[in-house]
Design a protein around this ligand. Structure first.
Ligand code: NAD
Length: 299
């Protein structure tokens, strides 16, 4: 790489590699993460387990980019450039040239462990591997990895193109160099890294999930209707969305998985998902993504 192309903000190992990252899991979060990296000029390899999941992800990406074009924050030429820098794949060999690999698959320990091991087996040995887990302890996810110095949590917020913070969760084994590299990459995204320790639910979800769950219990108890509960939070707490709207937006399955995982770690009853939440998930009412949760959405 020529002198003038050096990127002094990255460690020497990463500096020799192209500006390419990989995202594994073309769901809600994976697509948002893909979009923000494409927007700042990275090449992105998006890995899905099937053609169908990748096609679904692409549809979501194009819709989101279309909204940005309408708002004027993106133009057609930039959008075309972004799509040209995106490579869709179901083959882990394609992640070998990436400096950073972000796992964003379903919030399930076994699935994530499998994906992370596979990612490490195919990644360049200088690459950083990150998980976007909402709640599973980083040290547990890292247990199956050989190179834990370059493994950490990058918890993006939803919707990724809009939300600024990224919880940076490190384990005792994460190296200073990896932390510094990731902080610098986050800086290029125009986002704000917040260092948090490896506690169940980290910071965001240990606060947010009991709040959402309590709102669901209030609905279940008949304390108010859904609009009433959401209006109190919007007008009374100045939240942009009420807790029930937010749960639909996050995905009710994701909320339940997060609560189950924090409860398993802490044994604290305040993290037991409410009966109504569990029932809706069982019925396939997952919120916006399925067309119905607490509210009904047009497809
Ligand atoms: N939804 C949120 O608001 C939010 C916010 C922050 C973090 N997260 C976390 O991000 C992760 C993904 O959540 P999401 O909301 O995008 O879920 P989602 O259900 O929208 O997407 C999950 C994706 O993972 C894919 N997947 C599942 N198993 C896979 C495998 N073995 N290989 C490749 N892909 C696989 C699915 O096909 C799907 O595309 C979870 O860990 C979640 O806790 C979610």
């Amino acid at each position: 790489m020529a002198e003038e192309e050096q990127r002094p903000w990255l460690s020497a190992e990463l500096n020799n590699m192209a500006d390419e990252i990989s995202v594994i899991g073309p769901g809600h979060m994976g697509i948002g993460i893909t979009q923000v990296f494409l927007q700042v000029g990275y090449n992105v390899v998006l890995v899905g387990r099937s053609r169908e999941s990748l096609d679904k992800g692409m549809e979501r990406l194009k819709t989101s980019m279309g909204k940005a074009i309408k708002k004027g924050s993106l133009n057609e030429k930039e959008a075309e450039k972004m799509l040209n820098a995106l490579h869709l794949s179901s083959d882990y060999h394609d992640i070998a040239g990436s400096i950073l690999i972000i796992e964003a698959v379903s919030e399930n320990f076994d699935i994530k462990t499998d994906v992370l091991k596979n990612a490490e087996a195919h990644a360049n040995n200088t690459a950083i591997i990150a998980t976007n887990t909402s709640s599973i302890p980083i040290h547990k996810l890292g247990n199956g990895l050989k190179n834990r110095e370059r493994f950490l949590g990058m918890h993006f917020f939803n919707p990724v193109p809009v939300m600024k913070p990224i919880e940076l969760i490190i384990s005792k084994e994460t190296s200073e160099q990896a932390i510094s590299d990731v902080k610098n990459i986050i800086d290029k995204l125009g986002k704000t890294p917040v260092m948090v320790n490896d506690y169940p639910g980290f910071i965001a979800n240990r606060i947010l999930m009991p709040f959402i769950n309590e709102a669901i219990i209030a609905l279940e108890n008949g304390a108010a209707d859904k609009e009433g509960i959401d209006t109190i939070a919007k007008l009374g707490f100045n939240h942009p969305m009420g807790p029930l709207e937010l749960a639909d937006f996050i995905g009710l399955d994701v909320c339940k998985d997060i609560m189950d995982s924090i409860y398993m770690e802490t044994g604290n009853a305040k993290f037991i998902p409410s009966e109504l939440l569990s029932r809706l998930v069982k019925e396939g009412k997952l919120g916006r993504k399925s067309g119905e949760g607490f509210y009904i959405y047009k497809k």
